[in-house]
Design a protein around this ligand. Structure first.
Ligand SMILES: Cc1ncc(COP(=O)(O)O)c(C=O)c1O
Length: 387
């Protein structure tokens, strides 16, 4: 069977997810990976989840292993609504999803028509583009107002993947006002908001809008604050939109694992986030600082980088004419994985690479950045000689 001949036409629009391809190499011995967006494995709460799992099964019994509601179990929906700062949010406004990636996929299916335009930050989260490209979405940058009708705006306001930067309050207000006036839905992807380890929190777009009858749809996840292997995320939206999203999800996976939901619920009720969040923030702050310091010691003056106040990523801007893609290939030869920044851009970004600081150890950060600096120097030299 030649399967190529059988693929549906829409598969032509599938994007390769280079990050995930890189991640296959990340586990190999001797490799230092700055490539993924993974939590520090040492911070994953194995013992606590063991206890939570047993307690949940003892308390809930067979119900935890049975089919459950498509919207998610009521107790977890209630908990997410309670943790949300925006006034008037109830469990009815919450849809539990199988990771926030599923939230992005479902929202796209419900709001984005074939050929419609989605306005995104440039650069933005690669797998959001991968979710919507097969639907026939066209992408434009948020600040490009030349395009005609926009079906949705997508923003990662806190510690954006891939740059690590944060939208200030004025920019958030402006975006909310603009989208209110133009009746454009805004998807606020807040995967990293709770990982702030410096500076003052900025109100979410949902808080700024102050209501779910406005344009904002809020998406969150337990992946970066508890464990990504749980595959637990959520959407907070108007009940009208939730009802339509539930129809879409019923065709996808019926519902998110009841077992995982009850286990995570138990863990959160037992106080795991109160214990874990301060530890995560302290550990990632230390790693960010180690990476910033290693960069300032090893990099030449024509290399610059972002300085995030939270999250998992730093973006490196390379000397003019240095290709991020070529650097990633060269750096791999010295055992260091980085992702070319171009992957996250809808335009430009060829002279950037994304660095993750949460997963590598402090020793790997120091060694890896120094190897990377060496690869940049050799690359710049080669590229200069080739000109
Ligand atoms: C901005 C952003 N949104 C969503 C996701 C998806 O995460 P998950 O499906 O694990 O919740 C990620 C993962 O890295 C991300 O960086």
């Amino acid at each position: 069977m030649n399967w190529e001949n059988h693929f549906a036409a829409r598969t032509q629009r599938f994007r390769r997810n280079t990050v995930r391809e890189f991640l296959r190499l990340a586990g190999q011995p001797g490799i230092i990976s700055f490539a993924g967006g993974m939590p520090d494995s040492n911070m994953l709460p194995v013992e606590e989840m063991k206890v939570a799992c047993e307690r949940a099964l003892r308390r809930i019994g067979a119900k935890a292993l049975q089919y459950g509601p498509s919207e998610g179990i009521p107790e977890l929906r209630h908990l997410i609504a309670e943790r949300c700062i925006c006034a008037g949010v109830t469990a009815e406004n919450v849809l539990i999803t199988t990771g926030s990636q599923q939230a992005l996929d479902l929202i796209g299916r419900v709001l984005v028509d074939d050929g419609a335009t989605v306005a995104v930050q440039n650069p933005t989260y690669l797998a959001a583009l991968s979710a919507w490209a097969p639907l026939g979405a066209k992408f434009r940058t948020l600040d490009d107002s030349s395009a005609s009708k926009t079906s949705m705006a997508y923003v990662i306001p806190n510690f954006r993947n891939p740059t690590g930067d944060t939208m200030d309050r004025a920019a958030r207000q402006e975006l909310v006002q603009h989208c209110e006036a133009g009746r454009i839905p805004i998807l606020e992807d807040d995967a990293y908001g709770e990982l702030r380890f410096e500076g003052e929190p900025v109100p979410s777009l949902l808080e700024i809008a102050g209501t779910l009858s406005g344009p904002v749809i809020h998406v969150g996840t337990f992946s970066k604050i508890l464990a990504p292997g749980l595959r637990l995320g959520w959407i907070i939206a108007s009940t009208e939109l939730i009802a339509k999203l539930v129809q879409a999800r019923q065709a996808a996976d019926l519902h998110t694992s009841t077992f995982t939901q009850y286990t995570a619920l138990q863990a959160v009720e037992d106080g795991i986030l109160d214990y874990l969040l301060p530890r995560l923030r302290a550990a990632y702050r230390q790693k960010r600082d180690a990476m910033l310091q290693a960069l300032s010691i090893t990099m030449s003056e024509d290399v610059t980088w972002s300085r995030p106040e939270g999250g998992l990523f730093i973006m490196l801007r390379l000397p003019a004419g240095t290709s991020g893609r070529a650097l990633a290939a060269r750096s791999l030869e010295s055992g260091v994985l980085v992702v070319p920044g171009e992957e996250f851009h809808i335009e430009g970004g060829t002279e950037t690479v994304r660095l993750n600081f949460s997963h590598p150890s402090l020793a790997q950060i120091s060694r890896g950045i120094s190897l990377l600096a060496e690869s940049i120097r050799t690359g710049s030299l080669e590229e200069r000689c080739a000109r």
